[in-house]
Write a protein that binds this ligand. Structure first.
Ligand SMILES: NCCCNCCCCCC(O)(O)C(F)(F)F
Ligand SMILES: [Zn+2]
Length: 664
């Protein structure tokens, strides 16, 4: 299934008609450069174009009052003076004779996107719209927003498709207070937002944007705010909040639909956000949400005012929605102190509502809750400072790297008598070894008579890894007689030649995994029921689940809170996923794991399985081909000792691995 793209140039046909410094950044070019970048890169042709439509009155009234709608309806007939007058009753927003029409198109586009996804016409999609929506409220326009596009889409999805749980992720750099107000007492809509806050000194300067606004009444726990109290947040900070706050809750919530308030003013170069995260981060943020809700994801444009980073960020998002390989994120160095404080506060505020956050630490000693608003004078001075002054350092950043699709997505190397799963390209495993390779084997194994099995295994692996490294294939599946031996073979013999860093994810317990590198060429993360408290080295990390890999709750927690951060920090060139026989891992969890691991090494994942486990080759192939993993149904409360052990492990490791840090 494809990716929907909604865009209508009519939404570029309104602009600011008078002088207002607060609104001058919201210009039609925002939409034009975004769409043109998609056209120029060839991405728009790969999407399924869905026409915009006007939202109807009844759809708008799902969120807004009749009084407000009737008032906005009058704006097309207003004189310039009337428009100015009308605008004065709202904050940081402007009206225009054509903005009502565009606002209906923006909301209608979001609804078209929901229809396309919910009817299975497409898997996911993005709507490039203006005016944006997440600040507008029941009876008021605000912050460039007229109708709350995403809030209307959430209500619409519930009403028309009986969607039970909607996750709204708001990565715009401003707090979508309009969305928060709409759903704060509603447990069927989980709203997550991070936003520049600076202890309430940043617009919209609301006390209720802080981390302690967790929702009300039956909605308690279903509103998550992560305030950024400093500017300059980087990729590491964003990923830490996803891994340690959003994703554990999102997986426990288990949504039927994911809506994204896709604002790109959280990217580097934006005059509003003043953050330093690069456009390719949105490739990963999108990817990390794509295995929720069976892949049903609708992104709706909100903010984004640096036309260069906006266009790049939109392209990065669309490329991931299309299933292209992810860019490798370089030198992630863990969250900054302020980010750790914020995520620790958010986690502790929510630990009573979410069992996946149950073991979160207490809030930091330094009370970062809202400081007294600085004197109005001080605040005035700050905003008085010319906009240009504050961002003259003229941030520069590298063009996001090309994300080329290898000619073959998934290859397999199987015993001749095993049928190849649909979609996988079988590599001939019986090709006789080139003489060169045989001699390599001989001196490598330093035994005269190299035993057949080992040679076969080695040659199969070597063939596949060569192609992965050459980007001729994206990922691969290998069935071998002895999976432990094959893993040793890769770890000991193949690593130095072909790849610099291999992340080995070992699922299930094995006999003699006694090979551990200390030079960092291999990082082994083993998830099993094996209780190995002793820590061999920074590069061998055993995660013990009391009930073993069949405990999906414990497993997903270990993946989100430990494996993902480690993987991002280690930044491997190859991921080796080893499924030990009898691991007991649940199929949907296995597919989720394969899906999430695609975020590393440009998707170069090599799955190693034992021949006698060939029954799960089908679901493995499906995940390797990029099909969304099935949702993890009815997750039990994780075992306390597992949750505790994971926290202890993280605390012990965070000295070596900064991205594991969740406490300041
Ligand atoms: N320096 C000028 C002050 C601007 N203050 C208002 C900012 C509004 C942000 C709107 C947005 O970006 O959140 C949306 F997504 F809605 F468009
Ligand atoms: Zn914004």
């Amino acid at each position: 299934m494809g990716t929907a793209l909604l865009y209508d140039e009519e939404m570029t046909k309104y602009k600011l008609l008078w002088v207002d410094p607060a609104c001058k950044i919201e210009v039609p070019e925002r939409l034009i450069v975004s769409y043109e970048a998609l056209v120029r890169s060839g991405l728009s042709d790969r999407c399924i174009s869905i026409p915009a439509r006007e939202a109807s009155d009844s759809e708008i009234l799902l969120v807004h009052s009749e009084l407000y709608l009737e008032a906005v309806k009058k704006t097309p007939y207003m004189t310039l003076e009337d428009l100015k007058e009308f605008t004065l009753q709202f904050g940081d927003v402007y009206f225009h004779p054509n903005i009502y029409h565009c606002a209906k198109l923006a909301s209608g586009s979001a609804l078209q996107l929901v229809d396309s996804v919910m009817t299975g016409k497409v898997r996911n999609g993005i709507a490039l719209v203006r005016p944006p929506g997440h600040h507008s409220m029941h009876g008021a326009a605000n912050g460039f927003c007229v109708f709350n596009n995403v809030a209307i889409a959430a209500r619409y999805a519930k009403q028309k498709y009986g969607v039970k749980r909607v996750l709204i992720v708001d990565w715009d750099i401003h707090h979508g207070q309009g969305v928060q107000y709409c759903f704060e007492d509603d447990p069927s809509v989980l709203y997550f937002s991070w936003h520049r806050y600076e202890h309430q000194n940043f617009w919209p300067n609301l006390r209720e944007s802080d981390y302690d606004s967790v929702g009300k009444e039956s909605g308690a726990g279903f509103n998550i705010n992560v305030p950024w109290n400093n500017v300059g947040m980087e990729n590491s900070d964003y990923l830490s909040v996803f891994c340690h706050v959003l994703l554990p809750v999102a997986y426990e919530f288990c949504p039927d639909l994911v809506l994204v308030c896709a604002g790109f003013d959280s990217a580097i170069g934006d005059p509003e956000g003043e953050m330093c995260a690069t456009p390719d981060i949105f490739a990963h943020l999108t990817h990390l949400l794509m295995n929720l809700a069976g892949g049903k994801l609708c992104a709706v444009l909100e903010g984004g005012y640096n036309l260069t980073s906006l266009a790049q960020s939109v392209c990065q998002t669309v490329q991931t929605l299309l299933g292209d390989p992810l860019p490798q994120l370089a030198n992630l160095r863990g969250p900054c102190k302020s980010a750790v404080e914020s995520l620790q506060c958010a986690r502790s505020a929510h630990r009573r509502y979410w069992s996946f956050l149950k073991h979160a630490a207490d809030p930091p000693m330094t009370d970062i809750s809202t400081k007294h608003i600085k004197s109005a004078m001080e605040e005035e001075e700050k905003t008085e400072m010319a906009e240009e002054e504050r961002c003259t350092e003229g941030k520069v950043w590298p063009e996001p790297p090309e994300r080329l699709c290898p000619p073959v997505c998934s290859a397999s190397v199987l015993p001749d008598d095993v049928a190849c799963p649909d979609g996988l390209k079988r590599l001939s495993s019986s090709k006789d070894l080139e003489p060169l390779l045989v001699s390599k084997l001989k001196n490598r194994f330093r035994t005269a008579a190299v035993d057949g099995d080992r040679v076969t295994t080695f040659s199969r692996l070597y063939t596949l890894i060569e192609k992965l490294v050459a980007n001729e294939i994206r990922n691969g599946l290998v069935l071998v007689p002895d999976v432990a031996a094959a893993m040793m073979c890769v770890v000991q013999d193949l690593t130095s030649d072909l790849v610099k860093r291999v992340l080995v994810v070992c699922v299930g317990k094995e006999k003699e995994l006694d090979y551990v590198t200390t030079d960092g060429k291999v990082l082994v993360v083993q998830i099993s029921s094996e209780d190995r408290e002793e820590q061999r080295s920074k590069y061998y990390i055993p995660v013990c689940l009391k009930k073993g890999c069949s405990d999906t709750s414990g497993f997903i927690q270990a993946v989100l809170g430990l494996l993902l951060p480690l993987g991002y920090e280690y930044n491997p060139d190859l991921v080796l996923l080893v499924r030990m026989p009898g691991s007991g891992v649940v199929d949907s969890m296995w597919q989720q794991l394969i899906g999430l691991l695609q975020g590393f090494a440009k998707g170069h994942t090599l799955v190693l399985m034992q021949v006698n486990e060939k029954a799960c080759m089908g679901s493995t192939a499906s995940a390797l081909l990029g099909h969304p993993a099935p949702p993890l149904q009815d997750l039990q409360t994780p075992f306390p000792e597992d949750g505790d052990a994971l926290e202890r492990l993280r605390e012990r490791l965070q000295a070596d691995w900064k991205t594991l840090q969740t406490t300041s």
